[in-house]
Ligand binder design. Sequence first.
Ligand code: C2E
Ligand code: MG
Ligand code: MG
Length: 607
Amino acid sequence: MTQNHKDVFWRGIAESGCDSVSAISHRERILVLVGASGNRKQLVEHLKQRYQVIFPDEPGYAEGMLRDNPAGTSFDLAIVDLAGALRWHRRLAEARSHAQPVFLPAMLITSRKDLPRAMQTCDTLIDEFLLTPIEPNELTQRVAMLLRARRQALTQSTRLAYLTSHDQGSGLPNKTLFLDRLSQAIQDATVLGRKVFALTIHISLASVLKSLGNRALEEAGLVCCERLKAILGDNYSLARLATEEWALMLRAGASTKDVLEVFRSVQQLTATPLDIRGERVHISPNVGIAVYPDDAANASSLLDCAGAALARTERVQHPMFYSSTVQRQALAQIRTEAGLHEALAFDQFELWFQPKVNLKNRSLSSVEALIRWRLPSGDLVPPNNFIPLAEHNGLITCIDRWVLNKACESMQLWQTQGGPAQVAVNISAQHLVQDDFLTTIEQTLSHYDVPPTALELELTETALADLGQESLDKLWALRKKGVSIALDDFGTGYCSLNYIHKLPITTLKIDKCFIDNIVTDSADTAVTQTIVSLAKNFRLKLVAEGIETEEQCERLVRLQVETGQGYLFARPMPFVELQQWIGIADKLSPRDTKTPVISRERRTGCT
Ligand code: C2E
Ligand code: MG
Ligand code: MG
């Protein structure tokens, strides 16, 4: 049997469990290698009532002898006469050896006269013989007997394969089967150029062993198996490597983020102690992770790497990656995520504002609210370092709501003090699709007594493109009430131009990447020019983002862009500084371009 065939057979059995019936799920097939002129007709008439009768006559059949059924062959019993045995000797011998370790019987039909010669020729190929003329009852019994023997062999083999591939207590796949599946996943990932993650989990049950003994340890191990199965479902090829150790894999296409999600699921085990013989046993899983192809080139080395990483996890509450680089990245991500929860709970967010100005006279038009995260150390974290993570773990909606409240609170103050006439708030798609999005906006506006016209919502092109009609309707409703809707980072998200007029937007924000080279790159000038005419045609307001130099500003004025935002005028700054800036800005002449206030952001260099 070739290694490949063996694998397929073995895997098939391992997957199908130890049910003997599943081993022969088809109607048993009898291959008749008897010449057409001999006893064939009589044989077939008799056999076809109970069995499927097949012949080697069709072209290409000889190859087919070696496939199809669970034992890797296309038949369960061969009946040969002397001529057939001589002709098919090699193929039949191959099929029988291919079926090993399962018995694949062959029966010889011969006349008494030919028996010695036949036995001499094909002794090793034959398990039983029947003398002609065929006596139907005898035929039936001999065939049934041979097939029964085959069925038993197949059942035993299936059972054996199951036993050698599964953990006895839990029924979970064991290391051998896990490695086989991991190899398969690695092969698939190699073709696709993707990664495969192997995870090993260790749950120390030493306290159970010490206090309650070996049988209690077994029990505790099984409870852990059940808990892991319940948490992980069938998605990760969970396997049991030892009493206190498990393995699982994330196949091609998975990312570090997915691995961390699995880790978090596994950590749920700590929430509920085990109940072992009336004792509450607290458990705390440790997880080691290795990545193909970065850490190892084959399944067993990959599992070894995950095991080596696991060995380093003693008393740490985070997953341990084999590679130190991935480990650093994952740790940073975990800490940021834990920190985000704290930031919300302990009010560590700050809302900063960046003016948008009239490009001709540099007067203040409105402001954009931009979030900052002030760590307890005093350092400032820019939004690009935590917004994507918040989007991934769903915290973004809470963050967006916090910003909305803070921005409206500020707007309420400005209304009485003569501040900006409008504040723009960035809204994530996840927030927008919430059922209560519309009411949240309306209630926040009315709570702070801010008119809808004083609020602008900025959505990126990508977020808008993915919205369903229901979400678009919410935006239309807000727009009708007077809320402005801006398409942020316009030009970077391949938004179809003939789609734009169907969106409920009032403003286009030309992305900074076009402004960067607007002075030197004629293509960027042309794009900006196109966006200007597009905005004119659809009666949309236009804002240029990221203006840093006088030359860029002049070029934009020439292109008739009215409003701009950028470091040239002001960086994002806290509320109090903005108040000062507004006071100074009133006194600035249009050509006095120095940034009036050096913001804390600039000093910490966090943007
Ligand atoms: P955005 O909405 O496109 O905001 C503009 C970004 O460009 C801001 O970065 C701003 O500081 C920066 N910027 C403005 N003028 C210049 C300039 O002249 N030069 C340079 N180099 N940069 C300039 P920031 O504040 O780091 O925000 C980055 C992104 O984070 C924002 O892009 C927005 O997508 C997201 N974000 C910020 N605050 C929030 C928020 O409260 N909620 C949500 N969902 N996203 C937010
Ligand atoms: Mg924005
Ligand atoms: Mg933008």
